[in-house]
Design a protein around this ligand. Structure first.
Ligand code: KG4
Ligand code: ZN
Length: 358
């Protein structure tokens, strides 16, 4: 079966047309067409995502991105589809509404049911899938339960999936998301938005040169016995550490490394705790911050050493950021697992900026 998916929760406008099949060995996805446009360079001028600008850009670009994806698929102007899937939340509501109203009018015009998809479920499912060809992905057989660490600009949570598509949250940030912490500290260092990739670039230099910062940062919540994390204290500690100082390029690199180390150490300890609590057979890392190489490597080496029986799934770097293929894959997994489209959803769907996965 086929779905068309639309993603506009933040500053990426994405449309994808994806086919999914299920057989005895699992679920397979074939990406027929996809188009993605990042607004990040425009938001960089404001130092972060500016919601009114995001809304306007989605509105302007959606028709173009949509026709690009459709042309790529080569199935004509009105392909036959099982459903139109759209990100319902979480995210910026003005941005989400652009995708939803576009999907609603398409759904009416094409008489195709609409499905609202949770953005975090998109990150989770797409990160579990692995590539089998240029445009092909599969979930294969995934040993359950799955422990997912979802890390993005707006969310940081430990989710357990004991049964397919049924989620339980066993830990989360008490304040800021880790991506937000990276972005804010990057800004303090005079780096452009989005700051996460910039921090990672500087930190890599520091690791290669063996540089360590004289400015130490805390490892918040390490002693608490649960799976919750907190990053606002880390951000404030960075602010105080940097106040009144002008760092040389090497000092900045070393400080970026210290931040990455602090974040990775917290996630290693909390992932260890989470794995002990949930007896997971598979671990998956998802969300924009899953692009952080140091975090990927630290988690992988801890898991291999301490939990060798747990299967590790890391998303390819090309799919860690927001995109519409992940929304299509979540929708297809729902449909192919016996989920149904609900025609009533079409008119009644509302954006939900705080939509929760569990
Ligand atoms: O999932 P995502 O693309 O958008 C949201 O759903 O929020 O995540 C964006 C976040 C931003 O905070 C960005 O700085 C961060 O992911 N990020 C990174 C890296 N690449 C992106 N953080 C750390 N290291 C990276 N390499
Ligand atoms: Zn995201």
């Amino acid at each position: 079966m086929r779905v068309l998916a639309i993603e506009t929760s933040c500053d990426e406008t994405g449309v994808a047309l994806v086919e999914g099949v299920r057989d005895a060995s699992g679920i397979f996805f074939n990406v027929l067409g996809q188009s993605l446009l990042s607004q990040a360079p425009l938001h960089a001028a404001y130092g972060g995502v500016y919601p009114t600008l995001a809304k306007r850009e989605h509105q302007k670009n959606l028709p173009l991105i949509f026709s690009e994806a459709l042309t790529q698929a080569g199935l004509g102007d009105h392909p036959s589809l099982e459903a139109i899937a759209v990100t319902q939340g979480p995210g910026l509501e003005p941005a989400l509404w652009q995708g939803i109203t576009f999907a609603q009018s398409l759904s009416r015009e094409w008489k195709t049911p609409l499905m609202g998809i949770n953005h975090m479920e998109g990150h989770l499912i797409s990160s579990l899938a692995h590539r089998t060809g240029t445009n092909q992905w599969t979930l294969g057989s995934v040993p359950l339960p799955v422990l997912a660490l979802l890390v993005s600009g707006g969310h940081t949570e430990f989710i357990v999936m004991k049964k397919w598509l049924a989620y339980e949250r066993i830990g989360e940030t008490l304040d800021d998301a880790v991506g937000e912490c990276f972005d804010k500290v990057a800004r303090m260092l005079g780096l452009p938005y989005p700051g996460g990739p910039e921090i990672s670039r500087l930190a890599r230099e520091a690791r290669q040169k063996g540089l360590r910062s004289e400015l130490a940062l805390p490892r918040p919540m390490l002693r608490s016995k649960n799976c919750d994390v907190s990053f606002s204290g880390l951000k404030t500690a960075a602010l105080y550490a940097l106040r009144g100082k002008t760092l040389s390029e090497e000092e900045r690199q070393a400080f970026a490394r210290e931040l990455e180390d602090a974040v990775a150490e917290v996630f290693i300890a909390k992932t260890r705790q989470a794995l002990k609590e949930c007896d997971a057979k598979t671990f998956v890392l998802g969300g924009g911050v899953a692009a952080n190489v140091h975090l990927r490597e630290s988690l992988t080496s801890m898991l291999k050493k301490e939990f060798p029986e747990v299967e590790i799934r890391l998303p390819e770097l090309s799919i860690t950021g927001d995109n519409a293929v992940m929304i299509a894959e979540a929708a297809l997994t729902r449909l192919l697992s016996g989920g149904e489209t609900n025609p009533k959803e079409t008119l009644e769907m509302r954006a939900d900026g705080a939509l929760s996965i569990a």
